[in-house]
Every structure is written in C-alpha cells, then in structure tokens.
Write a protein that binds this ligand. Structure first.
Ligand code: MG
Length: 289
C-alpha cells in the first residue's frame, strides 16, 4: 500500500494513494471510525484499516500533504557515510571532524530531532544569521513496524513497516563546530519527510534509484544497492543493544553530490527548491525560505 497523511478541511486523515500520486482514498478502522494517525495504524497493524465506504475519494490538489508520521515517537536514527563516494567527498570537504578512515568499518549512527520534521511542500527555514552552510541529503528511510531487540539480519525485514523519503538537511558549519552532529541536523524544519510511505510488502529496497535536484539541476544520482551497510545490517546493529519500536525512523544515509562535496561548496540559498525522488516511493519537494 502507498499511504499518505493529509489535511482536508481542517481534518487530518490517513489514506491510500495511487502510483501516479493523483488520488487519495481515506482509510477507516473496521468499525467505520476514520483513521487520522499513521502511528496508530503502524502500532495496530495495517489489517485494521479498510478503505472508507462513507467518505469520498480526494485528489492530491485538494489536500495539504503532511509528514506521513506527523509526530515521530522519538528522534530519527540516522546513518552517516553509508555510500562510498559520499564518504570520500565528505572526508575531503573539510567539514568532517572524524580522524578515522573515510569509509567506516562499522555503521556511523547518530540522531536527528523529531521536532525538525516537516511535510512535502513546507519550507525549510533558512537559518539567517546562524549558518551559511545549509546542505541537503537525499535518503531512503525505513519505518519500523514491529518492536524488537537483538534482531538478526535474517529477521530484519519482518520488523519493517515500510519506506519513505527523508531530506537530512544539515548546517555543515554547526555539524563541524559542535563535534557531535545532532545540533547541526536538528534545526526546526531540517527534516522534510514523505509524502508517501510505501508498505514493506510492496517494495524491495535493495536496488532503488535515488536522485536529488536543486532548482532542477541533478546533484545526487545513485542507487540503494551501493549502501555500504544494507538495511538488515543496520537493523541488526542498531537493535543489538537498543529496542526498536513501532514508528522508529531509520534514515539510511546519503549518496555523493551534497553541496559540501563541491569545490567550492554549493550550499542552499533562500528561494532554492530541493526535490528528491526514490524509485517506487515518490517525490519529496521543499523550498528554502
Ligand atoms: Mg544524512
């Protein structure tokens, strides 16, 4: 299923959408109660939802799309340097404070504030007076459906609810200056996500094209088959000591082509538009305001 969370006449709803991203069928619980919270749907299971017979089908044009999970239950779990070419461009950029090898031997895991989440079409607020090194990072995100600890690789996918798109927006100067990455990646509006969440039964995430354009210029053009640490490895590693919970979001890392990787760097400016596409999921577009 291709799921979205949307706002229509002041009411939040969860619905099914088509691959062409044109129409939305509202979802109800089996007793006819409208579903308004993706997190509840994830916790209770997709089998508890049914297309509404009472409410009409909507078009994308008549709703505002919201983050698929409006308020993630906790901060996003993010993976750094998970594509070889990007690991090298970041090591060469001067913004990496890590003295270790450019390509990590173990997954680099950090967090990003859930409070930074915004939806498709919302603006990334330019951090005027704070940063002049605003950057984009296109990423495939994994949404956890079933809780688990010490999840072995072979069972990893049985804990996945689905997949969506994240733009891991970063203030590079803050990332560098403050040593730990959390602050520079957690400014308000620094986490565009969605708009579509594709359930795991409908998508094999192992070889998906992932692209990012700034003002229509292709900057990132890669494939998830080039992840250094694949999704089962990430789930096994992260869950080894920490219980993964329904609604947890794992951003799997960005490929080469970020602004910091250019010489000189090509950071975002006010008025820019960032568009990310992942094959089989959809397109996430946000402007910088
Ligand atoms: Mg990232």
């Amino acid at each position: 299923m291709r799921l979205v969370t949307y706002l229509h006449h002041g009411m939040t709803g969860v619905g099914l959408t088509d691959a062409g991203a044109t129409r939305i069928r509202p979802l109800d619980q089996v007793d006819g109660t409208p579903i308004s919270d993706m997190l509840m749907l994830i916790r209770e299971g997709i089998a508890t939802a049914t297309p509404s017979v009472m409410r009409p089908t909507l078009t994308w044009a008549e709703v505002a799309l919201l983050p698929p999970i409006q308020r993630p239950p906790r901060d996003l779990i993010c993976v750094g340097k998970n594509y070889r070419k990007h690991a090298h461009e970041f090591a060469d950029s001067g913004f990496d404070t890590d003295n270790g090898p450019a390509v990590p031997e173990h997954p680099v895991v950090f967090s990003k504030s859930a409070g930074a989440v915004i939806g498709a079409g919302e603006s990334i607020v330019y951090p005027e007076g704070l940063s002049d090194a605003l950057d984009y990072e296109a990423e495939l995100a994994v949404v956890i459906g079933r809780s688990g600890r010490r999840i072995p690789r072979a069972q990893a996918f049985s804990h996945v609810f689905g997949y969506t798109i994240v733009n891991d927006v970063t203030a590079r100067d803050w990332q560098q200056r403050h040593g730990q990455w959390f602050l520079g990646k957690s400014f308000d509006t620094f986490c565009p996500i969605g708009p579509v969440l594709v359930t795991a039964d409908e998508l094999d995430p192992s070889a998906l094209a992932i692209c990012c354009w700034v003002n229509g210029e292709l900057r990132q053009n890669a494939n998830t088959r080039d992840l250094i640490f694949d999704i089962p490895t990430l789930i096994e590693t992260i869950s080894a000591g920490m219980t993964l919970q329904p609604g947890d979001i794992i951003a799997t890392g960005t490929p080469a082509g970020v602004g910091a990787g250019f010489k000189p760097p090509r950071f975002l400016r006010r008025g820019d538009e960032v568009a990310i596409e992942i094959e089989g999921i959809g397109r996430l577009v946000n402007d910088v305001f």
